[in-house]
Design a protein around this ligand. Structure first.
Ligand SMILES: NC(=O)c1ccc[n+]([C@@H]2O[C@H](COP(=O)([O-])OP(=O)(O)OC[C@H]3O[C@@H](n4cnc5c(N)ncnc54)[C@H](OP(=O)(O)O)[C@@H]3O)[C@@H](O)[C@H]2O)c1
Length: 332
């Protein structure tokens, strides 16, 4: 099968497009023929081995993960022994980050416990944009953020994968939301339902006097004290990612801050796929639809990872894999 192969850390142009053996499902696993995949911050980090914590987990000098790729949608083509919840032909989607990655290929073996049935009313391309960013948004805003009606909310880095899905989740609660990102993304953000939008290159949201009940940040890059200042009484700041030194400061200060101010600073630790059935329900009710950059071609993946890293994308970058080698027997 065709795959994007990671042999050494470096820029995405070092990735190779090659042929590897088609995997065989183990007990409890299914073989998925991948229809589509999307690009995430994990891919940008995994390919470069940055931040350093990636090397601590996935190999100091050489990556132990040889085929990157987190999000997939596709069809089950074969079953391992002891698979009970899925059958051949089922249309599925999931996040592979807890089970060895491998989404940038024609096939992958996946434990059945991480799979969900693809929402019936959207395409495979749309479905592949949802698992990783959708669950970060859901766990950040709903599970950890405990959003309630009447609250004022701000999403920082709101024009990317997490923000463009997060706003739609919040709108299903009927909330007022501010989004912060660069100017090229503000029109898209307004069209998705942000009540007010701020260009981070022109306005410093921690210094404009506004305060929020909940801030969700995808790009933590300021001192924790600035975030505390932007929270209302009993407000919560949740980060899903950002600069390692800033995240460390939030980790250290978090419990002291809540003891002395009643405000909370939290770091989300993603539990992949937990809540994906809730995402499916929102999609099937018509309340959630990803914003897609693409679909792009398989061979473009190295360039697209670079494009992601440079922040040029709008919403989620999606790659359609299945039609790269179309045959007469193609059943998708
Ligand atoms: N917590 C966990 O367990 C976990 C697991 C996986 C991933 N993550 C993290 O989750 C995040 C994924 O977010 P995503 O998929 O939404 O990323 P994304 O698609 O790259 O979106 C981030 C957005 O932030 C904008 N941005 C850049 N610098 C900014 C600044 N200084 N202020 C405001 N906005 C800024 C970017 O726009 P421009 O580039 O145009 O400025 C972009 O639109 C990453 O931080 C990743 O590391 C966390």
């Amino acid at each position: 099968m065709k795959a994007i192969i990671l042999k050494e850390y470096g820029l995405p142009n070092l990735l190779e497009i090659g042929e590897v053996s088609k995997p065989i499902p183990d007990d409890g696993e299914v073989l998925v023929r991948i229809h589509s995949t999307s690009i995430n911050d994990w891919d940008w980090g995994m390919v470069r081995g940055k931040p350093f914590v990636i090397r601590m987990i996935y190999g100091l000098k050489k990556p132990k993960i040889n085929i990157p790729g987190v999000d997939i949608s596709g069809k089950i083509e074969a079953l391992g022994n002891k698979v009970s919840s899925f059958k051949i032909g089922d249309e599925i989607y999931c996040d592979l980050s807890e089970c060895g990655f491998g989404g940038f290929a024609e096939y992958v073996c996946v434990p059945e416990k991480v799979l969900s049935k693809k929402p019936s009313n959207i395409s495979f391309n749309d479905a592949s944009a949802l698992p990783h960013a959708g669950i970060l948004a859901l766990q950040g805003l709903v599970e950890k953020g405990k959003v309630k009606s009447g609250q004022s909310i701000l999403i920082n880095g709101a024009g990317g994968g997490v923000g463009t899905l997060g706003i739609q989740i919040l709108k299903s609660y009927g909330l007022e939301v501010t989004g912060v990102d660069s100017d090229v993304k503000l029109d898209l953000m307004k069209s998705l339902g942000f009540d007010s939008v701020l260009d981070y290159k022109k306005v410093e949201f921690t210094e404009n006097g506004e305060k929020y009940d909940l801030i969700l940040d995808t790009k933590t890059n300021r001192s924790a004290f600035k975030y505390i200042r932007s929270l209302k009484k009993n407000g919560t700041y949740i980060t899903v990612g950002g600069s390692m030194s800033r995240l460390f400061q939030i980790l250290i200060l978090g419990s002291f801050v809540s003891l002395f101010t009643g405000k909370r600073l939290k770091i989300l630790s993603l539990e992949p796929n937990k809540g994906l059935d809730q995402i499916t329900k929102l999609v099937e009710k018509g309340q959630l639809k990803p914003v897609i950059d693409g679909p792009h071609k398989f061979d473009q993946i190295p360039k697209l990872i670079q494009y992601f890293g440079e922040g040029k994308h709008l919403g989620k970058i999606v790659i359609e894999i299945v039609n790269q080698r179309k045959t007469l027997n193609d059943t998708f």
